[in-house]
Write a protein that binds this ligand. Structure first.
Ligand SMILES: Cc1cc2nc3c(=O)[nH]c(=O)nc-3n(C[C@H](O)[C@H](O)[C@H](O)COP(=O)(O)OP(=O)(O)OC[C@H]3O[C@@H](n4cnc5c(N)ncnc54)[C@H](O)[C@@H]3O)c2cc1C
Length: 382
């Protein structure tokens, strides 16, 4: 039992930490304020190999693993979550379905540009009328000769409308199962396909430098060969992708929680009240000690879930626990960090304001906290 990082993992963490401090920190506030996508940062992250971290070298990846991705996400989110979610969605939701379930032709066509960060893929599961209950998918795809004809819409899809978005994988009803239930399949829809429309970006509370759109498919035709994996396996595919994704979101949440500790210590040492730094007061010290405790235990939870996943053991419950705990901790720490900053914590010029605005979505995206509790209870036999 050893959760210490080896030399390679420490080196990765150091290089991402340096990138986050030197490249992301100085300019991200401007992107956040103006709701612009940080293309230059994405380009540099591509050069660092971050988009290829958990993929085999034969497909253009770095030959690392999912834990390496998590370490990178934690370090990015310690400084900014829009950049971190851009990487998380591109890798764990965008490229991973093609890597896990794609044909050799699909892998050869898409993975080299996705794993280098030259292009981004998006994951289209949520719809305007259904999110947690993904089985309620209404988007339909009908096979017409050698083409799928897709009709429907998807909501809140990350990385779906950037200048470098290459495709979205869309979950659609493709028929009826023998038991009368919906047959769900996943289909690759390249950007620019006629009938595929990307709405203007949402006005969001947080993650404002990340790219999120509603998508519409209106008699959108793609080749039959764009089916991802087997027909009727859509449900099983997205469950697998979301189980893994929860560990990545937990890592991102730990990063935000730790960033709150960093900023609070800095501020508490500088800010004077009643003749001394506020960090001299035990009330402030205890807040920061509690924040550190929460970030640390949430980190152990995601390390454990990742270790089980990489060992090929069941990890569904541990991934849900990690995501539930880390997102709760992120919200708690963002609230306390804001409190420590007093009125300045409510000003957008301070990083904690971004942390506060970015924390809430962690209790919602890739499965709400209620859904995580449902998964844990079900796994306990309830
Ligand atoms: C910024 C952003 C980015 C996103 N990116 C993506 C993406 O890239 N791809 C993608 O497919 N989706 C994406 N999503 C969608 C996200 O995963 C969903 O919003 C989330 O899963 C919740 O679904 P919903 O919004 O439909 O809420 P609902 O499912 O409508 O839930 C509403 C409330 O009811 C609760 N609830 C639902 N069912 C139950 C139940 N049985 N018992 C108790 N409570 C219940 C929920 O927990 C929640 O509190 C994104 C969302 C946002 C906001």
């Amino acid at each position: 039992m050893d959760f210490r990082l080896d030399e390679e993992q420490q080196a990765l963490r150091e290089s991402v930490r340096e990138f986050a401090r030197e490249v992301v920190a100085p300019t991200i506030a401007e992107h956040y304020e103006q709701h612009t996508f940080p293309y230059e940062m994405v380009r540099q992250m591509g050069k660092m190999g971050l988009f290829g971290l958990p993929f085999a070298e034969e497909h253009g990846g770095m030959g690392g693993d999912y834990f390496a991705l998590c370490l990178a996400l934690e370090e990015l989110a310690r400084v900014d979550s829009s950049v971190a979610i851009t990487l998380e969605a591109a890798v764990s939701l965008g490229a991973m379905p093609i890597y896990r379930f794609g044909t050799e032709e699909q892998k050869a066509q898409w993975l080299p540009k996705l794993l280098s960060g030259e292009a981004l893929a998006a994951f289209g599961l949520t719809e305007p009328g259904t999110g947690s209950d993904a089985g309620g998918t209404r988007t339909r795809a009908v096979l017409d000769g050698d083409e799928w004809v897709i009709n429907g819409s998807k909501a809140f899809i990350t990385n779906s409308g950037t200048d470098i978005t290459a495709l979205v994988t869309v979950t659609a009803v493709t028929g009826t199962r023998p038991d009368g239930g919906k047959e769900l399949s996943t289909i690759i829809v390249p950007s620019g396909t006629p009938g595929f429309t990307v709405a203007p970006g949402y006005s969001k509370v947080g993650w404002t430098a990340s790219d999120t759109h509603e998508l519409t498919f209106d008699d959108c035709r793609v080749p039959a060969a764009n089916l991802l994996g087997e027909r009727g396996r859509g449900f099983a595919q997205f469950l697998r992708i979301l189980d893994e994704g929860r560990i990545a979101i937990a890592a991102l949440a730990v990063g935000l929680a730790q960033g709150c500790v960093d900023e609070s210590i800095k501020y508490a040492k500088e800010r004077q009240a009643f003749g001394q730094p506020i960090g001299n007061y035990q009330a402030i010290q205890f807040k920061i000690a509690d924040m550190e405790m929460k970030a640390h235990t949430a980190r152990l939870a995601y390390y454990d879930a990742a270790a089980r996943m990489l060992a090929g053991e069941p990890f569904k419950r541990q991934a849900a626990i990690a995501k539930l705990h880390a997102s709760t901790v992120a919200v708690d720490n963002a609230r306390e960090a804001t409190q420590i900053h007093g009125g300045y914590g409510f000003m957008n010029e301070y990083p904690v304001a971004r942390f506060w605005r970015d924390s809430k979505i962690l209790e919602i995206g890739e499965g709400t906290s209620e859904v995580q509790r449902m998964i844990i209870a079900r796994d306990l036999g309830m």
